[in-house]
Design a protein around this ligand. Structure first.
Ligand code: ADP
Length: 173
């Protein structure tokens, strides 16, 4: 899938139309990638997020990117992993899908994602990569308006798992 790219890096530095934020349901900022995005975007981002009154897990809300190179931020609260019996897999797929739908709606052609839920929310990494890559690939097949989706992995281990999931998809596994 030529329109999916996997890189190791910092999502706040990505020159794309929209970046996704692995937020929490308050949308009022947190640690991890959420904290990094708020720090890089500046206080105007939190001010806009306050007007959104939170977001349910698996859904997404859009804001401007302010001081980020990206024009928009797609805020999506990922599921906390509780063992897999609480719709965690469906909710994670729904995060990616909700962000991509919003990106299309707002005319974005390039979108970058962090590895949603695999940090402090403890979603098993291998399972998360299959869900992320599978959901993105299905969406891209039906939506030519999105030219590129970049998975931005913060560490080498995460990138290895996303690379493997993309290889498996390309090999039809
Ligand atoms: P969650 O609560 O959804 O698990 P986290 O922020 O704890 O979210 O972690 C999600 C992933 O984002 C982890 O792989 C973490 O290493 C990564 N991450 C943290 N900071 C950044 C960043 N600046 N750019 C990209 N990924 C990041």
């Amino acid at each position: 899938m030529a329109r999916i790219e996997i890189v190791q890096g910092d999502i706040t530095k990505q020159q794309v139309d929209a970046i996704a934020n692995a937020a929490n349901t308050t949308l009022l900022g947190g640690g991890g990638v959420d904290g990094a995005i708020h720090r890089a975007a500046g206080p105007e981002l939190l001010a806009e997020c306050r007007t959104l009154h939170g977001c349910p897990t698996g859904e997404a809300k859009i804001t401007k990117g302010y001081r980020l190179p990206a024009k928009y931020v797609l805020h999506t609260p990922g599921p906390v992993w509780h063992g897999g019996q609480n719709d965690e897999e469906e909710l994670l797929a729904s995060c990616y899908l909700s962000c991509l739908c919003l990106a299309s709606e707002y005319g974005c052609r390039t979108v970058a994602f962090p590895s949603i839920s695999t940090g402090v929310y403890h979603f098993p990494l291998e399972k998360a990569t299959r869900i992320a890559i599978g959901t993105i690939a299905v969406y891209l097949r039906e939506h030519p308006e999105i030219e590129l989706v970049r998975m931005v992995c913060f560490d080498a281990r995460t990138k290895e798992y996303y690379d493997a999931a993309l290889r498996a998809l390309e090999e039809g596994a």
